[in-house]
Design a binder for this molecule. Structure first.
Ligand code: ADP
Ligand code: ZN
Length: 718
């Protein structure tokens, strides 16, 4: 069986994501691998698929019991024999497991590191008597002190390569920073490892930051729109998680608190209820989440400012693991930044304090951005990204830029005149010619005094913030923050460098993005059916099938098991076990509403069927393109044409792009104006030679068809 066949048979997916295929090939060739992928990127599959293909046992090291249990349930539901060893098991249960391992009846064994190398047990000698074919180390950054989640017990894994020198090891993590990467490779002592780094962009998450005013009111407004969805709300303190959960409960939301100070029983209970969708909202400190694989978390809210970008990105990453559109909302107040500054200072450790403060500063800058938030995040993790993602609050807001050089010069000369010794508020009062007695007499005599009287205080605050972001001003000083010039200020003052400010104005149409046309009522019936199955199997609902799978069902309306097989997420075992039960609501619904299967669209969507396509008919290129174009002119869309002609959507889009290049078709018919600009920008940065990397940076909101159309349009204009 090839990896691709196994992917379809066991996991029900049609194509590999990111570099999954190459990673899997390395393991099959017995090479060590380190794989860095964002949360939700599909790391588990990188070792689960080789585990299925290889004849022997895969050991998976994982830090948390909750995580192990989730994975084991999930594998078993797909018919892959997996187990975990844990201290809560009775001697009888353990004996049974040992028996199964001896008989080669387990494909994946999950363990905590201390189980493997702790001194009280003799697990390694036993495992050596088995046919171990792969060792996977999940959350590998836990081995590094540089990481944000160091676990001393992970250090024991340094012995792995000595004990199992011929077994390929795969280390996986979602932590990107270079120092941690290096540390992982060294500590694990991997042999000529191949390192795979995927893009860390999470295209399906929309990032939004709003000023924090009345946080509870703001939160309720947000949650009211999402009553059926699951989400996580992060707070800084344990007490506020409990208070907020209580307030939300009183306001009629199914919410529970979670933090490290709760007793284990309560923690387990709340977590379990969340996994099973009995509780929709978890209000948590950062203690919550590492073990959470729940794929249908639709939103993550930070009600307090996170301490650094690393943590923020990881926490927001818990939304949307199923690939569906999800949201990250942060409520920002400068006051929070002040409070955190206080905590960031560690008595007697200047070096560490400086690092923490810098990280906090980067976080604050993120909140104050006037440019694409996704680009900032990606750049933070050393990844290039075009300046407009189309799906953060900044990009969804339309900008009018204007020449602000004069304004900038006024601000900079004021700072200079005041000898770079005063804070923002004083500088603004000075600029506005305030009569306030706080303004010193000698300053009132300066020519610059009052030169900015025509601009409101609020606007001045915004301009100065932007000047700081653009690094024409900086804030320094211990205790009392003071505005100072930078190396670049002189360029502005001398008129060499122009400065542009942004006037913000919200566009109304940003919700018009194409929403997939699914049957909403059917989707909710399918969720109920899934819930019944999950209760029978005693696992969380998303373990049975993901939300993305149900959404596809409610879109393409499969009528038979053969049609259901084409829905992403149904491997052979899941199809046999749950297919009929999940199909029934679809059939009933279609009967009631006189609807038919739309699965033809789905199969037309599948790419990569070159053979059948090429042997189809010897028609010339022009003919087949014209046929597509005629249908398009008759008012049919790409999907309809694809279905009618039995060709893939990608092919049809290619045909239409051709007519953009010949000038017969206006590019705006295929691509919206806003998207056109983003794609052009991406083309400028990355070139038009290869589509896949472009698609990767642009994300799911952009189709290959749109990218191709823009390239054709460019070719026409050149
Ligand atoms: P990670 O461990 O990297 O955070 P997971 O391994 O939990 O991510 O995968 C996230 C989700 O993506 C899971 O629901 C998984 O089944 C799904 N997934 C993984 N690989 C693919 C693929 N090739 N096609 C479709 N879905 C996939
Ligand atoms: Zn953006």
């Amino acid at each position: 069986m090839t990896p691709l066949q196994a992917l379809q048979k066991y996991f029900g997916y049609n194509t590999f994501r990111h570099q999954q295929e190459a990673i899997i090939q390395h393991i099959l060739n017995k090479q060590d691998v380190m794989a860095l992928m964002p949360t939700g990127g599909g790391k588990s599959l990188c070792y689960q698929l080789p585990a299925v293909l290889l004849n022997g046992l895969t050991i998976v090291i994982s830090p948390l019991i909750a995580l192990m249990k989730d994975q084991v349930d999930s594998l078993n539901v797909s018919g892959i024999p997996a187990a975990f060893l844990n201290s809560a098991q009775t001697p009888d249960e353990q004996r049974l497991l040992v028996e199964k391992l001896r008989n080669n009846q387990v494909k994946l064994l999950y363990l905590a590191p201390e189980r493997l190398f702790g001194n009280e047990n003799k697990l390694v000698p036993f495992l050596k008597t088995l046919n171990v074919v792969q060792i996977a180390i999940d959350e590998a950054h836990c081995i590094s002190q540089w990481g944000h989640d160091f676990r001393p017990e992970y250090l024991m894994l340094a012995q792995l390569k000595n004990e199992f020198p011929n077994v390929p090891v795969i280390a996986l993590t979602a932590t990107a920073d270079k120092l941690t990467q290096k540390d992982i490779l060294e500590k694990l002592n991997l042999h000529k490892p191949a390192v795979f780094v995927s893009s860390f962009n999470r295209a399906n998450i929309t990032y939004t930051v709003v000023p924090k005013k009345n946080s509870f009111k703001q939160l309720i407004a947000f949650l009211n729109e999402r009553r059926e969805e699951s989400g996580i709300i992060y707070c800084l303190s344990r007490k506020s998680t409990e208070d907020l959960a209580l307030d939300l409960k009183n306001a009629g939301f199914a919410a529970e608190a979670y933090h490290a100070g709760l007793n284990n029983e309560t923690k387990a209970k709340n977590q379990e209820a969340f996994l099973r969708d009995d509780v929709k909202i978890i209000v948590a400190t950062i203690a919550f989440g590492m073990g959470i694989n729940k794929s249908n978390v639709r939103y993550v809210v930070h009600i307090d400012l996170p301490k650094n970008i690393e943590g923020y990105y990881q926490e927001t990453g818990r939304a949307g693991r199923d690939g569906l559109a999800s949201e990250a909302l942060l409520l920002y107040s400068p006051g929070d930044a002040g409070k955190l500054q206080h905590f960031a200072r560690i008595e007697g450790n200047e070096e560490q304090s400086r690092i923490m403060l810098n990280k906090l500063n980067d976080m604050v800058r993120y909140c104050q951005l006037q440019t694409c938030r996704r680009q900032y995040l990606m750049n933070y993790f050393d990844e290039a990204f075009p300046p407009n993602c189309g799906s953060c609050d900044v990009c969804l807001t339309e900008f009018k830029r204007f020449d602000g050089t004069l304004i900038a010069q006024k601000a900079l000369s004021a700072v200079s005149r005041l000898n770079e010794r005063f804070g923002v508020n004083y500088v603004i009062d000075f600029l506005r010619g305030s009569k306030n007695e706080k303004i010193r007499e000698e300053h009132k005599q300066l020519k610059t005094y009052g030169i900015g009287a025509d601009i409101s205080k609020a606007d001045w605050q915004r301009y100065i913030r932007e000047l700081i972001t653009m690094e024409y001003l900086q804030v320094t000083g211990d205790g009392y923050p003071v505005l100072k010039l930078t190396d670049q200020s002189a360029l502005v003052l001398k008129g060499i460098q122009k400065v542009e400010f942004i006037e913000t104005q919200v566009t109304e149409e940003h919700h018009t993005e194409a929403v997939p046309l699914h049957e909403a009522e059917l989707l909710s019936r399918l969720k109920n059916a899934r819930r019944d199955i999950a209760e029978g199997e005693n696992v969380p609902a998303y373990i049975i099938v993901s939300d993305a799978t149900l959404l596809e069902m409610a879109t393409y309306l499969p009528q038979s098991l053969d049609e259901l097989r084409l829905i992403s997420g149904f491997g052979d075992v899941k199809l046999a076990r749950y297919g009929r039960e999940l199909l029934q609501p679809v059939k009933d619904y279609c009967k009631e509403k006189s609807l038919e299967s739309k699965i033809a669209y789905k199969s037309a969507k599948r790419e990569r069927k070159p053979k059948t396509e090429r042997t189809r008919s010897p028609r010339s290129g022009t003919d087949t393109r014209s046929e597509t174009f005629n249908l398009y002119r008759q008012g049919k869309n790409v999907m309809e044409i694809a279905a009618e002609r039995g060709l893939s959507q990608v092919t049809i889009e290619g045909h239409l792009s051709h007519f953009v290049q010949t000038g017969d078709l206006d590019v705006n018919e295929l691509v919206s104006e806003a998207k056109l600009h983003v794609i052009l920008e991406a083309l400028e940065s990355y070139g038009a030679e290869r589509l896949a990397p472009l698609k990767e940076v642009l994300g799911d909101a952009y189709t290959y068809g749109e990218i191709k159309a823009v390239i054709s349009w460019m070719n026409k204009n050149q």
